[in-house]
Every structure is written in C-alpha cells, then in structure tokens.
Design a protein around this ligand. Structure first.
Ligand SMILES: N[C@H](CCC[C@H](N)C(=O)O)C(=O)O
Length: 261
C-alpha cells in the first residue's frame, strides 16, 4: 500500500507524522515505524507520530508518539508542537488545540508563527551532587558542563543513559551551559534515538525548570539555545513545584510524501 506521510521539524528535532484518524496503521507496527524513521532505508526521523481521533468530547485529537527505534514512548515536546501545527494544516483546529498524549491532557496555541504547548506540571525535582532528575512528560537527567560546544555528548550521554540508576528503561541526558541569567545552551542525548538530537522539547523544559530550582536563574521565562534552534520556556513556581509550564517555538512542515509499505 502507498502511505501518505508528512515530515515536520521543531528546532531540528524531526518527525514523520501520519494522519491515522481512519486507523489505517496499527499502533503495534514497531518494525514499520522503525523503518520509516531509518535515515538510510526509510524517510528518516528522530520519531514518528500518529494523529488519532479524540477519545472524548473535549479533545480535538489524540497524539501517539514512537521513538526512532519504533517503540511507543513517553511525551515528546517538540513532537507535540509539530502535531499541533499539523492539525492546523489539516483544518482539524484553527489556532488552539486540546489533545491527549501518553502523559495526559495538553492545551496549545499557535501565535505569531510559534506554537505554545502547555507541558504537565512538575512537582518533583531530584537534586543530586552532579545532576538533577525530573520528569517533564519524559525522564530527564540534567547536568551542567563547561565548553558545551566541544562536549562529548554522544559518548558521555550514552554511558549515563545506560548506567545506574537508569539501565534498560533509560533516561534522556541533557548537558547545559549557562550563558546569562535567563539564557542557557543545551545539548541532549535522546533515549530511543540513542544519539544526540538537535533539540529535545521535554529536555529543554527540564533544563529551564532545573536552572530555576537551583537558582541559576530567578526568571520565570527562560531562553534555551539548542543546536537546532531557540526555544522559550515559561512557568510559574508554586508551593507545589512548577505549573503553567509552556514550551514555545517554531514547528515547520518540511515536505509531504508517499512511501510504499
Ligand atoms: N526520546 C524521548 C521522547 C521524545 C522526547 C523529545 N523528542 C522531545 O521533544 O521531548 C524519550 O523516549 O523519553
């Protein structure tokens, strides 16, 4: 069969997106999803998303996310922003969306060409000697480094992702360097891609909250520079952690295509 797909990127984190509202694809087709994400034998992407029908009255659609290894995974922040842009392109929404992903309900808005995606509240941030750990819809290990441009993200990231206490389940690994009191540079080793990606939305969100929690910033609007582009994270510190967390940035349709599968 010929499958129509759309290629999107959000600050260089790239995705295959399929309109699966008529359920042509089964969510168990791990082998197919891995092949579609393969950069030599397929389309090539960090992940793949299915746009599915909403599961309740309130939602506009449902998001299902798969890592490049073909396995369904936890929340993808850049992917969520791209899926909102795709839903607008299809006319499923105008400029506001309510949708459900694996980590729960999300609202989003498209304003001046940027997608504002509300992330889940974060009430727990583990502070360790050399790093922080938190879940922003996906698990994130955050550690501060110097000279981030020359840092060996792939090898050091792979060791941390596979080592204690993460092991097989793993974690995404973010390396961050402070630029000034509200600008940080981040490079991320992404679980399920098993390599550095140009940007990781839930990772950027984790870094922004971590920098506030460790008093590396006292601002509640933080700019995060990634190799794939610039994102903003806004949030509100409450007695219960962080709420009203928004990941803000561009989401671009690169091309539409068909592939035999
Ligand atoms: N690879 C991540 C999911 C995608 C996260 C990333 N692409 C983002 O933008 O949040 C994981 O398995 O935890």
């Amino acid at each position: 069969m010929n499958l129509t797909f759309y290629k999107y990127q959000g600050t260089g984190n790239d995705f295959v997106i399929i309109d699966n509202r008529d359920s042509i694809l089964s969510k168990n087709d791990t082998k197919l999803f891995a092949r579609l994400c393969d950069r030599k034998f397929g389309i090539g992407a960090d992940g793949l998303m299915l746009l599915e029908l909403p599961g309740n009255e309130e939602d506009d659609f449902t998001m299902v996310y798969f890592n490049a290894d073909g396995n369904e995974s936890t929340m993808c922040g850049n992917g969520g922003r791209c899926l909102v842009a795709f839903a607008a392109y299809l006319g499923v929404i105008k400029d506001r969306a309510v949708f459900t992903a694996i980590d729960g309900k999300h609202v989003a808005e498209i304003k001046e060409g940027l997608v504002y995606l509300q992330m889940q509240n974060v009430s727990e941030i583990e502070k360790h000697d050399s790093h922080l750990f938190l879940d922003t819809g996906s698990p994130h290990h955050v550690t501060m480094v110097d000279d981030i441009v020359n840092y060996d993200v792939a090898n050091v990231g792979r060791k941390i992702r596979n080592g204690a206490p993460y092991f097989e389940a793993g974690s995404n690994v973010n390396f961050v360097e402070k630029q000034n009191d509200d600008v940080f540079s981040v490079r991320t080793y992404e679980r399920g891609v098993e390599d550095e990606t140009l940007s990781c939305g839930t990772g950027v969100t984790a870094v922004a909250l971590s920098m506030h929690a460790t008093k590396n910033t006292n601002k509640e609007e933080v700019t995060v520079k990634t190799p794939g582009g610039e994102l903003k994270v806004t949030f509100r510190e409450t007695y219960n952690g962080y709420e009203d967390v928004f990941l803000i940035g561009p989401a671009v349709q690169v091309f539409k295509g068909e592939i035999a599968c």
